[in-house]
Design a protein around this ligand. Structure first.
Ligand code: GLC
Length: 627
């Protein structure tokens, strides 16, 4: 197909989706025209360097799949002070093989409380505390010379109550009011009957009374975050323009925050509606037309069955988001660890649908948010629901015998299942460098992240096994909820020790051990794991396996995880008998009579006929051919 044909098809696809959303040909037509004008204006603005990147990626549409990328997610201020400070962290990122950096919101945010920057006051200006637009441009260029793509949040669902639209709306400006949802008390109550509570303790309800307007405005999250009204095409046009403006500052990927909430319909939970997908497909079409090198990543923390549609379904397959968070597998990994039973993960992997080759998951075990347990509820029967309650109690440290030091999030009583907060090392109870069992649990979860054939993502500080935030609640930027427990500043001492080879060799630094673990996993992943997607993993289930065991093949490598605190045996049935254990370089394993695993042990086994290149504990040698 020629470029002109592809362009024409994409424009038609866009028009079709607008028609589906607005159901009115005049509105769809004028929105189409407006979006094409945005596309033309922003395409002209795009620099030669970015256009070159676009051209490479159009020719290699799976450039971000098949183990090529590794992600790291961080708050700018806590990671490096400012955008300028991020430059100084590039060697650290490269030492892990990171080539996709997600910086949490850095655009001008609401003064005072801002939900960590997710209440955006101005999408086109960098938060002055963190730098300037020029700093952003400089940083994206510098990262690119090192082969690192910058990902920014695009908070699609809401704006701050201090955003110009909200301020004008309060003053009675009808056009600005049209950017939001307003309801009276009866409508509010009708909606509330069906809506979930995201922050039931700190922001109960989904609406806020606005005195000046004498109505309630929709506000799913904090009451200073006002939901945008996508049934008004002006919202979509403005957000598409914002996306492309930021892309022209060098942002190469967007995390589409709260993507599931974009469409409201009475009598429903107002999540995952078809219109949400059509809106995302419109954004994808706009990106394909103006900045096709840019990636879209869905942040949809929703049950497993609702996730694949974010990649598009049917004729839209591959024309919605390129990436999506695998939040179900993340939560399931914790559930399995607490219950010492891997059946849920086995089942989830077996049921994952095949995916288009240019889409993939973000695999992760921690992020800046809580571990949200709700995504698992539809998967579980009554007995398993009790196990979910147990998992949430276990990681908040309240279950007998728990090694974890997290806290419950937004749960009003001991039996409520909502979320759990805490840094990885405190959740797995890895006490110190001598604590082998704690390390085994850390390695188990991290190695699953790397083995599961998505883009592995590390959350800031976990690569140093940094513990929970020890700052006093209230002393930090906006410690308004317990998610700040896992938002500490990067520990400079731990960072220096982690890169000190002698500290690693002496075995007296937990951060050095953690960093080496990640470096080795990344090298092994890039060298040996070839499954192009999570759905291409081959499960090795056997009736003889201990219930705590998860075993699958990623390419040639057999990855085995023991989620239980007991020794566990497992029959591999993979046809080969002698393997090299990649995580213990130099060790051969004879699996003729099955494999015996220590508590929480992980093995990555490579059949011995294949030439083995051992895990190196030094800097991974990765290349990205486009740079
Ligand atoms: C997303 C963010 C979370 C934030 C919420 C509201 O879920 O990850 O941190 O509180 O959106 O913007």
């Amino acid at each position: 197909m020629t470029t002109a044909q592809t362009k024409a098809l994409t424009e038609m696809f866009l028009k079709d989706r607008l028609m589906q959303i607005y159901k009115d040909s005049e509105i769809a037509e004028s929105c189409h025209q407006a979006l094409l004008e945005v596309v033309d204006r922003r395409r002209v603005e795009r620099t030669g360097e970015l256009k070159q990147l676009d051209a490479y990626r159009v020719a290699n549409p799976d450039w971000h799949c098949s183990n090529r990328l590794m992600a790291y997610s961080a708050y700018v201020d806590r990671f490096a002070g400012s955008l300028k400070g991020v430059s100084a962290r590039i060697p650290h990122l490269k030492s892990m093989g990171v080539n996709y950096l997600h910086l949490l919101p850095f655009l001008k945010m609401r003064p005072g409380q801002s939900d960590g920057g997710f209440a955006v006051e101005d999408f086109l200006q960098v938060e002055p505390r963190l730098g300037t637009n020029q700093d952003l441009l400089d940083l994206t260029r510098e990262l690119r010379t090192h082969g690192i793509s910058l990902c920014s949040d695009l908070v699609l669902n809401h704006v701050s109550d201090t955003h110009a639209w909200a301020q004008a709306a309060r003053l009675g400006d009808k056009e600005a009011q049209g950017m939001f949802y307003w309801v009276d008390n009866n409508q509010r109550l009708n909606f509330e009957n069906y809506l979930p509570q995201i922050f039931p303790q700190t922001a109960p309800g989904n609406f806020v009374w606005i005195e000046e307007v004498q109505k309630f405005v929709w506000s799913t999250f904090y009451n200073y975050q006002w939901d945008l009204n996508y049934s008004n095409p002006k919202v979509l046009i403005a957000m598409a323009d914002t996306l492309l403006a930021l892309a022209n500052l060098g942002v190469e990927a967007f995390r589409l925050d709260s993507a599931a909430f974009l469409w409201k319909r009475e009598g429903t939970n107002c999540m995952n509606h078809a219109e949400c997908h059509w809106i995302l497909q419109c954004l994808r079409a706009v990106v394909d037309l103006a900045a096709p090198g840019v990636l879209l990543k869905a942040e949809a923390i929703v049950p497993t069955a609702e996730l694949p549609p974010y990649f598009g379904l049917g004729e839209a397959q591959g024309r919605e988001c390129h990436l999506a968070y695998q939040s179900s597998m993340m939560a399931a990994s914790w559930y399995c660890l607490a219950n010492q039973d891997a059946s849920l993960l086995n089942r989830m992997i077996a049921e994952l649908p095949a995916m288009s080759p240019d889409t993939t998951w973000i695999s992760y075990i921690r992020c800046h948010d809580d571990i949200g347990w709700n995504v698992l509820k539809p998967e579980l029967n009554a007995e398993q629901h009790q196990q979910l309650v147990f998992a949430s109690q276990f990681f908040s440290g309240s279950a007998p015998g728990s090694y974890a030091e997290g806290v419950s999030f937004q749960a009003s009583d001991q039996t409520a299942v909502h979320g759990t907060n805490g840094m990885l090392s405190d959740l797995v109870g890895w006490r110190d460098e001598k604590d082998e069992q704690g390390f085994a649990r850390y390695q188990l979860l991290m190695s699953l992240v790397f083995a599961s054939a998505g883009i592995p993502m590390i959350y800031m500080g976990d690569e140093l096994a940094q513990g929970n935030n020890s700052a006093e609640p209230g002393s930090s930027r906006d410690w308004v909820d317990s998610r700040d427990l896992h938002r500490p500043k990067l520990d400079e001492t731990a960072l220096a020790l982690a890169h000190d080879e002698s500290a690693y060799l002496n075995g007296n630094s937990r951060s050095a051990k953690a960093l080496h673990c990640i470096q080795a996993l990344r090298t092994l992943q890039a060298t040996h794991l070839t499954a192009e997607n999570t759905s291409a993993l081959k499960l090795l289930q056997s009736s003889g396996n201990h219930p705590g065991v998860l075993a699958f093949q990623n390419g040639e490598v057999v990855c085995v995880f023991n989620f239980s605190a007991q020794k566990a045996s497992c029959s591999l049935r993979a046809g080969k008998r002698l393997y090299t254990d990649l995580l213990n370089p130099g060790q051969s394993v004879d699996c003729s009579d099955g494999l015996e695993l220590q508590p929480w042990q992980t093995c990555w086994l490579l059949p011995q006929q294949t030439p083995v290149s051992m895990a190196s504990s030094t800097e991974p040698h990765l290349s990205r051919s486009e740079v």
